[in-house]
Ligand binder design. Structure first.
Ligand SMILES: NC(=O)C1=CN([C@@H]2O[C@H](COP(=O)(O)OP(=O)(O)OC[C@H]3O[C@@H](n4cnc5c(N)ncnc54)[C@H](O)[C@@H]3O)[C@@H](O)[C@H]2O)[C@@H](O)CC1
Ligand SMILES: Nc1ncnc2c1ncn2[C@@H]1O[C@H](COP(=O)(O)OP(=O)(O)O)[C@@H](O)[C@H]1O
Ligand SMILES: [K+]
Length: 489
């Protein structure tokens, strides 16, 4: 951000960029207020340019008739911004707590990308008073106190109803725990355009997923569409096998081979499954393996890792995992740990992984030379190449935190691998569809893992922009829609 802003500023009059930011910010605040004239606005102003943004936006609101008071925090204050505010009729608050108690809107301009660590002690009571006032809290660029680069929150931070961010989304707006502090995020374009470098994080959108989803062609047969092998379930956990197969059947592979002791349970629910007693090496050719869900102590991980096709390792399969063995594989490996499993692999505590997800997923991907999908409130997918952007999943719902939903995800991901998607694409597309399916299935009420699997075709159609019911079976070549949408649609 800093490099791109410096390059852009070099060709602009002094202060122009901050004015663009302030104009966007003031516009967003006006929208939230509904009526600007007579509204009471309080600016929390730190010592940097983030405070400058707040002051110039405050000046714009004051010119439209708002009563605007600034609460300076920190040793310095942006002088140009303060002068503009005073010229527009705003003022510095004599009693911060009195103005906050009556505020309609509070602008958090304490820190932006220059913030380090949580809020400093002098800011804490003022921020708490802002929340307690019932005013709408709008963060400037980022909620103060969150880490812009990682999404970590070390100490206290502003809990915003909305965040107006400039130029590009910052990782702290997309990755929990910080993401939760940001509220609804709006991006204001300040003209950085091509000056922005390759992002560290990217989030798929419907159109991206539509381009990635495998669609059978006229010449396809079940083998050419890919066969996925699922090694899952045990006498103790037969259900995990059923759920992993459920995900795999809906992921685009032409056939699903199940290997393990839960064949009867699988066939009872999904007669289309090809069931083998094992071991995996004798089950016939597959284009990708999924191993782990509900495996308990069943052996087979080494056997599967020795194969020359992509392998997804989940749940119990992750326990005995040796980095050297994974790195030595001739084909890609995908690991899908939740925070607890990731912590065990890294030799750290679950809370550490949850506090620093981005770091944890990158470290695991590097250590294992594998694509790693870290599950949880923010699902992240890291490539073994550290220069490739990490993908953050924008879909999903906390209702997904239900037993067995991870088994569905591993089957789905494996199926997309078998269908030929690159590991990072398979994992991030699966997480996207899985999250979308969960939202469709939950609609604000508890859901079961099985319902997530059942909702996958609907999620697929949504993402692919496929014709709605009643229009299917139109002119030849129109079914499926996926992959045929023009870029950016
Ligand atoms: N560079 C630019 O051209 C633009 C920058 N913009 C704004 O400028 C911001 C970055 O400005 P700065 O680099 O001045 O940095 P910030 O304004 O984010 O923060 C720096 C100030 O905060 C203090 N500080 C650091 N950590 C703190 C903490 N935990 N608690 C309290 N105070 C703390 C520092 O001592 C310093 O005074 C962006 O986030 C954005 O809001 C926008 O105006 C767009 C244009
Ligand atoms: N708080 C949350 N918000 C959103 N998604 C969540 C949350 N907690 C868990 N999930 C998702 O739910 C699924 C749970 O998978 P997992 O932990 O492997 O459970 P299981 O082993 O029971 O299937 C994952 O897709 C994960 O990303
Ligand atoms: K801020």
């Amino acid at each position: 951000m800093r490099a791109a802003e410096a390059a852009l500023m070099a060709g602009l009059p002094e202060g122009a960029l901050m004015q663009r930011a302030a104009a966007g910010l003031a516009g967003a605040c006006a929208g939230l207020l509904g009526r600007v004239y007579g509204a009471r606005v309080v600016l929390l102003v730190g010592g940097g340019a983030n405070g400058g943004d707040a002051l110039y936006a405050g000046a714009r609101l004051a010119r439209r008739g708002a009563g605007v008071s600034a609460v300076p925090l920190g040793a310095r204050i942006h002088q140009g911004g303060l002068d503009a505010l005073v010229r527009a009729g705003g003022r510095v608050a004599d009693d911060p707590f009195a103005v906050l108690a009556r505020a309609d809107l509070v602008l958090d301009g304490i820190t932006g990308i220059g913030g380090r660590g949580g809020l400093r002690p002098d800011a804490v009571p003022v921020v708490r008073a802002s929340r307690a006032s019932g005013a709408v809290v709008v963060a400037v660029d980022l909620p103060s106190g969150v880490d812009a680069d990682t999404g970590a929150v070390d100490g206290e931070a502003v809990r915003a109803d909305a965040t107006v961010t400039f130029g590009a989304y910052k990782p702290g707006l997309l990755v929990d725990p910080a993401r939760e502090y940001a509220g609804a995020v709006r991006l204001v374009d300040i003209g950085l355009g091509d000056l922005l470098p390759t992002p560290e994080l990217e989030a798929l959108q419907h159109a991206d997923v539509a381009r990635l989803l495998p669609v059978p062609a006229a010449e396809s047969d079940k083998y050419r569409r890919g066969v996925v092998g699922v090694v899952a379930g045990s006498a103790r956990y037969p259900g995990a096998a059923v759920l992993a197969v459920a995900g795999a059947l809906r992921g685009g592979a032409g056939a699903v081979r199940y290997v393990g002791p839960a064949g009867d349970a699988v066939l009872a629910r999904y007669p289309e499954t090809l069931v083998h007693p094992g071991p995996p090496g004798r089950a016939g050719r597959v284009q990708a393996w999924v191993i782990g869900p509900g495996l308990a102590d069943t052996p087979g991980v080494e056997d599967v890792l020795a194969s020359d096709v992509p392998v997804l390792v989940d749940a119990d399969g992750l326990r005995p995992l040796d980095p050297a063995a994974v790195r030595a594989r001739p084909a890609p490996t995908v690991l899908t740990p939740h925070a607890g499993e990731a912590a065990a692999l890294l030799g750290t505590a679950r809370e550490d992984v949850e506090a620093r997800r981005l770091e944890a997923v990158r470290e695991l991907a590097g250590r294992y030379g594998a694509t790693v999908l870290l599950k949880g409130s923010t699902t992240l997918v890291a490539d073994p190449d550290p220069d490739v952007p990490v993908r953050v999943n924008p879909t999903g719902t906390p209702w997904l935190a239900t037993a067995g939903s991870g088994d569905v995800l591993s089957g789905l991901t494996g199926s997309l691998l078998a269908a030929g998607l690159a590991p990072r694409d398979a994992a991030s597309t699966a997480a996207y569809l899985h999250g979308l399916a969960a939202r469709r299935a939950a609609r604000g009420a508890p859901l079961t893992a099985h319902e997530v699997a059942e909702a996958l075709p609907g999620a697929w159609r949504d993402a692919a922009g496929a014709p709605r019911a009643g229009l299917d079976g139109g002119p030849a070549g129109t079914e499926g829609g996926a992959g045929r949408r023009p870029p950016g649609s």
